[in-house]
Design a protein around this ligand. Structure first.
Ligand code: GLA
Length: 713
């Protein structure tokens, strides 16, 4: 039925050519508008970007902004959206409007394609905008076609260019390193010149910088007020977003694949499709922007976005690579004991000539280590099945240790420089995914495991190294490598998803070194960080929540930070995709009881935690506390979590005001998951009271936490 409707709507699409005098091109969601207009010179200009106006005729009155997709080599002297070097050496491009087309590929999504052309050279650029009405999200990408008789060189090929003309701009970025992902910067005021957020790391692209940002317009971004734009590039490779303020104080944002070391040759007639730049505008602060992205992701982008996620016990922190069949079977029993859905066997189960006893060898040899697991994976899936726990497994199929049979057999499958000593990152190298044979191999890692063990319910797909020694032994043109690597990865993931649409898959990259929305078309969730110290995790989850919904954030309770109680560690993990990664045999009875109760509560509260709206109530960056709230989409069930970090003696404590409630409704608030798993007394308040007056939910105790359930009466 849905398909039929989409087909009917697609057939009703409009294709038209506009002249300068015609109405502007309006790309709208329920609350946002991005408007273009064609000038008398035939070029396309951005007319408006911001809150949707009641009467579309008013867009005509808005002052016309700069050219929409500025090309290099003409009158503009700042960062271009597009730079082409034509076969005759001409480095300039002049684009004029040719036509547009609007379709509705599915209910709630309207796609506008604006076609521009360079009349002299025949090249075309399609600017494609997918507007999602209910969630106020717009995705933008471009398709560049070489209309010349000879090859051209694409030197810049951005996904989107957006313009702003405001008194001030404040940029917040999210950067860090292994174990300190997505640290939120102070909002930085952008002055004349350029600020570039980019990466050149290739595979583990987001190790130092997450591919998203918050832009406060007029004022620094705030949680519940003000105009903000939150954006991110869907590309699991080198990305670049440039913010440039010109001499008139206007800001342009240019986002796309990082073109550095990646000039692309396009043959005559060849097309290049850029990745999607995804953004949402909110005039109610970043909280609303995040909720827009979360809802959109679950409804339209995330793999199996509206399906339940499994709770998990992982063995990495408990055993490293040091385990055997017996040990794993007893950990399976622990998983059952905690009540989680899945046990996931991490690194260390493969390699025979070079058994994977640590990270120095064996990577690439995906046969089970006989000395550790004489009865294969099958024995483990049987054991899991017999006790009623699902089974998952870790792989890192894009990488190889030089000490491996794979490297011995196929040294030319590895990205490595001629005439140079290799540089190893975590003792490993990267396979050359631009090579279709390597793509087949990487696919076979998943396919062989699944064919031999169809009971496998989940995979953790790791990627621990950036691309090092950057040189392909397959590609003739080295400039294509970074781009073709990522496209090769998508080819493999596409095949995996064609064949295994229901396999649960975690994206992992030495912690959160991969976190982007194109990856999440294939993966159900991602490992936000190896750092599971609960205090640090509050910051990391806070940062990631700007763009990604809680159900994508794998949050595991571990033994990092012994000072924090089991309750505190678990409460932090409760907001995401809950899991455990510790020695269950070392846990006290009361800690186990708490873990079991949390798993149960997480399941019962899933409409709020996994599929609801997320409200950041109190930022850990603001002081010694943190708090967040989750509310089911129908508003009937909520969860509030309040954390005290290091409050000082006698310090005044902030009052927590809840958000998103119906002021006229009454809500029952009850503390749940107290340290002994008991529930506190229930109290009833109006939504108005909870949002206006608020509650004193913080305490003066070091590393303490409370969880409350909210029920609309
Ligand atoms: C990476 C992951 C960890 C774990 C190890 C195994 O660091 O982030 O969770 O899987 O690899 O080597």
């Amino acid at each position: 039925m849905r398909l039929l409707l989409a087909a009917v709507l697609a057939a009703a699409s409009t294709l038209c050519a506009l002249g300068a005098s015609q109405t502007p091109i309006v790309i709208e969601t329920d609350n946002t508008a991005l408007v273009y207009t064609v000038g008398n010179d035939g070029r396309l200009y951005q007319q408006y970007l911001g809150k949707r106006l009641l009467d579309p005729a008013d867009y005509d009155a808005a002052p016309r902004g700069p050219e929409a997709y500025i090309t290099a080599g003409m009158e503009d002297y700042y960062t271009p959206a597009l730079a082409i070097k034509h076969a005759d050496g001409n480095p300039s491009t002049l684009l004029t409007f040719k036509g547009m087309k609007v379709t509705e590929p599915q209910p709630g999504q309207r796609t506008t394609v604006i076609t521009l052309t360079d009349e002299k050279y025949g090249d075309t650029v399609d600017l494609v905008f997918d507007a999602f009405s209910a969630t106020d999200v717009i995705k933008a990408h471009s398709v560049i076609t070489n209309g010349e008789k000879k090859p051209l060189a694409l030197r810049e090929y951005s996904s989107a260019m957006l313009h702003f003309d405001r008194p001030d701009y404040y940029l917040t970025q999210y950067n860090g390193n292994w174990a300190s992902e997505a640290r939120q910067s102070e909002p930085q005021r952008l002055a004349f010149g350029k600020k570039v957020l980019d990466t050149k790391l290739g595979a583990r692209a987001a190790m130092f910088l997450s591919p998203f940002f918050t832009l406060g317009l007029d004022t620094p971004a705030a949680e519940t007020s003000g105009d903000v734009l939150v954006g991110t590039l869907g590309w699991t490779g080198n990305f670049s977003t440039t913010f440039e303020v010109d001499h008139q104080g206007r800001l342009r944002l240019v986002s796309g694949i990082n073109p550095e070391a990646s000039t692309l040759k396009l043959a005559a007639g060849e097309k290049f499709q850029t990745p999607e730049f995804i953004f949402t505008f909110s005039d109610k602060g970043t909280g609303q922007a995040s909720r827009n992205l979360h809802r959109w992701a679950r409804d339209y982008q995330l793999h199996n976005g509206n399906q339940e996620r499994m709770t998990i016990l992982n063995n990495w922190e408990a055993t490293g690579c040091d385990f055997d069949e017996q040990k794993l079977i007893s950990i399976l029993a622990d998983a059952k004991d905690l009540g989680v859905d899945l046990f996931l066997l991490d690194d260390g189960w493969f390699g025979n000539k070079y058994p994977r006893s640590d990270d120095h060898q064996g990577l690439g040899d995906w046969d089970v280590t006989h000395s550790k697991l004489p009865n294969g994976i099958g024995r483990l899936t049987q054991a899991a099945d017999s006790i009623g726990v699902k089974f998952g497994i870790w792989i890192e199929p894009e990488m190889v240790n030089p000490r491996s049979e794979l490297y011995e057999k196929h040294p030319n499958w590895v990205i490595q420089l001629p005439n140079r000593e290799p540089y190893y990152f975590r003792n490993q190298m990267v396979l050359d995914l631009s090579n279709p044979k390597v793509q087949d191999f990487v696919f076979s890692v998943v396919d062989d495991l699944m064919t031999q063990n169809p009971e496998i319910a989940s995979m953790k797909w790791d990627c621990n190294s950036p691309i090092t020694n950057i040189y392909s032994q397959y590609e003739g043109d080295q400039d294509r490598l970074y781009v073709d690597y990522t496209r090769g990865l998508y080819n493999v993931l596409e095949r995996v998803r064609q064949k295994y649409p229901d396999l649960d898959m975690m994206m992992c990259s030495g912690g959160g070194g991969r976190c982007d929305y194109e990856g999440l078309k294939y993966f159900d969730h991602f490992w936000a960080s190896d750092n599971t110290d609960p205090e640090e995790r509050i910051y990391i989850q806070w940062g990631m929540s700007q763009v990604f919904p809680p159900k994508t954030l794998c949050s595991h309770v571990t033994s990092w930070d012994h000072q924090a109680s089991m309750k505190f560690r678990t409460d932090v993990a409760l907001m995401g995709k809950l899991g455990f990664d510790l020695k269950v045999s070392d846990m006290t009875d009361s800690d186990k009881a708490y873990a079991r109760a949390a798993v149960k509560a997480h399941r019962e509260l899933a409409p709020a935690i996994s599929d609801g709206d997320f409200f950041r109530l109190y930022s850990p960056y603001d002081g010694d506390h943190a708090a967040w709230q989750m509310l089911s989409r129908d508003g009937s069930l909520g969860v509030v979590e309040a954390f005290d970090l290091h409050p000082r003696y006698g310090q005044r404590r902030p009052i927590l005001r809840l958000q998103g409630l119906d002021p006229a409704a009454r809500y029952e608030l009850q503390e749940i998951l107290r340290a002994d798993t008991s529930e506190g007394p229930a109290k009833t308040y109006s939504g108005d009271y909870l949002m206006t007056v608020g509650l004193p939910l913080f305490t003066g105790s070091e590393l303490s936490s409370r969880v409350y359930r909210l029920r609309r009466k």
